[in-house]
Design a protein around this ligand. Structure first.
Ligand code: ARG
Length: 576
């Protein structure tokens, strides 16, 4: 174990048991007032009807033996116990963390199969800045979940089915397949869609053809399906360009679009019918999940089959839950989708529970997020008022990153400047997104996100590169530095304690599916490192043992920064 809080909790559990006579969680937490605080005496005292301070004092006495080399303790307030870890204990925990491949981060207690539904752009439509958030947040969650030992199934629920495909296919035929493929692959998706839409609205013959095409598509006409597949493939190729530029893990293997649930939709309705949940409303098949009402206060239905027999978005999301639980065998289903779809998901999941498709331990979580705003605090738009194309934003980020590096790091070769600049630009965009509480809106601000000061990617990347440069100067580049760690100075101690907080940071970020908790931790770590580095000479330490210990501290700091940024999908160059 390499998390002092957990080590102490494990040591104190039997002490609590013997003092209180019942099983009790010692509740060991990080604290501002001490290295850690033990809060468990209060609840257990209440449970057994005793005075909490008395219980705390008895715990203190009984723990003196088991915690002798670990920490000194003191009872405070109504029955808290404040801990100060011994330097030797911290050093040995740190040595354990530094040796392990996970840098002290615990494996999940129960490894689960987790489906992460994210990105999910729509075929033949542009990816906008809105897709940025789901793609980046989803990517970070996937990396963190895997890191703690879960089995993650990425699912990209692209919008690849529905009535618009009638007009899109007809437009594709009008253009000629080759020309259509060309337009789509260069990323003029919105142009393609708009042209189709304009013809649909203006030309009755086109409209008629489009409608027939939808019928052909839904009845599985082979030629129509081939044309449809062409549209999907062209869009997917374009999405992949965006994903590669952005450096996220999604590939074609993760595609699980709405169309893939199509064969299940009839069954969804039949199952609901058999469960006695199906009702009629305005000619449509619906389910009324309790607790949802419209503005007039009337019960709100979830429509599963429209009056014309067509299925809709909700039907495929119902099928999707069945598929993820029954076929994939997932117990945790994450949906990284914007806040406006909250009610849609609540209703879908409620219906799944009513039908018995979603039962513990299986559960769904809406990992929702706010909007990206412009400097006017309105939706982020281009100067001409258009929505911002994601790919243009990414290209601009890279350009700006490279420009920064050219200015700051003239000593790097041109190729290095380019690759580092790319890491900085993309890192800045990702970090700005991930470091704000995802529920909140945030203002997209190039200057702030690219700044080398403050809670930004460039600041953290630079902190990492600076540590690496210490090793270059010491002539001991590369390799892990696992010299014995001795903690004497206060700043060494606080850095050590911070490094050991990596476990908690990752776990807290995962508990709430909130990557910003990890960001805050990395920023604190970089600052603690700076404080240490200012106070404690490393290469010029007078004593060889201290020099080696400090190099080991530098090394593990750099590796936690590198790994932590990596969990956010951000690269950290060795020099910049
Ligand atoms: N394609 C949808 C959109 O752009 C998002 C899909 C999210 N996932 C889901 N299972 N509904 O709004």
């Amino acid at each position: 174990m390499a998390d002092p809080l957990h080590t102490v909790a494990a040591l104190l559990a039997p002490v609590f048991r013997s003092v209180a006579g019942v099983e009790a969680d010692p509740v060991v937490r990080a604290s501002d007032r001490a290295d850690a605080q033990v809060n468990g005496a209060l609840p257990v005292a209440k449970q057994v009807g005793r005075n909490p301070r008395d219980v705390a004092n008895e715990v203190l006495a009984a723990a003196a033996g088991p915690l002798a080399n670990v920490a000194t303790m003191e009872v405070a307030g109504p029955g808290f116990i404040n801990l100060r870890f011994s330097d030797a204990f911290l050093a040995s925990e740190l040595a354990t963390a530094a040796r392990g491949p996970h840098l002290g981060v615990r494996r999940a207690e129960t490894a689960e199969r987790v489906v992460v539904d994210y990105s999910a752009p729509n075929v033949a439509k542009e990816m906008h800045v809105g897709h940025l958030r789901t793609t980046i947040i989803g990517d970070a969650l996937v990396r963190m979940l895997e890191f703690v030992g879960h089995e993650v199934i990425r699912e990209n629920h692209i919008g690849d089915w529905g009535t618009p495909f009638g007009m899109l296919i007809e437009h594709l035929l009008d253009l000629g397949e080759a020309e259509a493929a060309r337009e789509l692959s260069v990323g003029d998706l919105d142009g393609f869609y708009r042209q189709a839409r304009a013809k649909f609205d203006a030309d009755d013959d086109f409209k008629q053809r489009s409608r027939m095409r939808v019928v052909a598509l839904q009845s599985g006409d082979v030629e129509t399906l081939r044309l449809w597949q062409e549209l999907v493939d062209a869009s997917a190729a374009y999405f992949n360009i965006v994903y590669r530029k952005l450096g996220v893990l999604l590939t074609n293997a993760d595609l699980a679009g709405e169309s893939s649930y199509h064969p299940l939709l009839d069954e969804v309705v039949q199952r609901l019918d058999r469960a006695g949940l199906l009702e009629q409303s305005d000619g449509a098949d619906v389910v009324f999940p309790p607790g949802f009402s419209n503005r007039e206060g009337e019960p709100l239905p979830l429509i599963v089959r429209k009056g014309n027999g067509g299925f809709n978005y909700a039907t495929s999301d119902l099928a999707c839950v069945i598929d993820r639980v029954e076929r994939v065998g997932a117990t945790l289903l994450l949906y990284v989708v914007g806040a406006p779809q909250a009610q849609h998901f609540e209703m879908v999941w409620k219906v799944c529970e009513m039908a018995g498709w979603l039962q513990p331990p299986a559960r769904c979580v809406h990992v929702q997020f706010g909007s990206v705003l412009g400097s006017d605090r309105k939706m982020f738009k281009t100067r001409s008022g258009d929505t911002v194309k994601l790919v243009e934003l990414i290209d601009e980020a890279v350009e700006r990153g490279i420009a920064q590096v050219r200015e700051r790091s003239a000593d790097l070769t041109e190729a290095e400047q380019e690759s580092v600049g790319r890491m900085i630009g993309i890192g800045a965009v990702k970090y700005a997104d991930l470091s704000t509480d995802r529920i909140k809106d945030y203002v997209f601000d190039w200057d702030r996100m690219l700044s080398f000061d403050g809670n930004t990617a460039p600041y953290l990347q630079y902190a990492h590169a600076r540590i690496r440069s210490i090793f270059r100067r010491a002539g001991v580049d590369g390799g892990v530095h696992s010299g014995e760690i001795v903690l004497g100075e206060e700043k060494e101690r606080s850095l050590a304690l911070r490094i050991l907080g990596f476990d908690q940071a990752v776990n807290e970020a995962l508990e709430r599916f909130s990557p910003h908790r990890l960001c805050t931790y990395l920023f604190d770590l970089a600052q603690d490192f700076t404080a240490f580095y200012e106070a404690c000479p490393v290469l010029r330490a007078d004593d060889e043992r201290i020099r080696q210990s400090r190099l080991a501290l530098c090394d593990v700091t750099a590796r936690v920064l590198h790994r932590g940024l990596g969990l956010l999908g951000i690269d950290a160059p060795d020099r910049m």
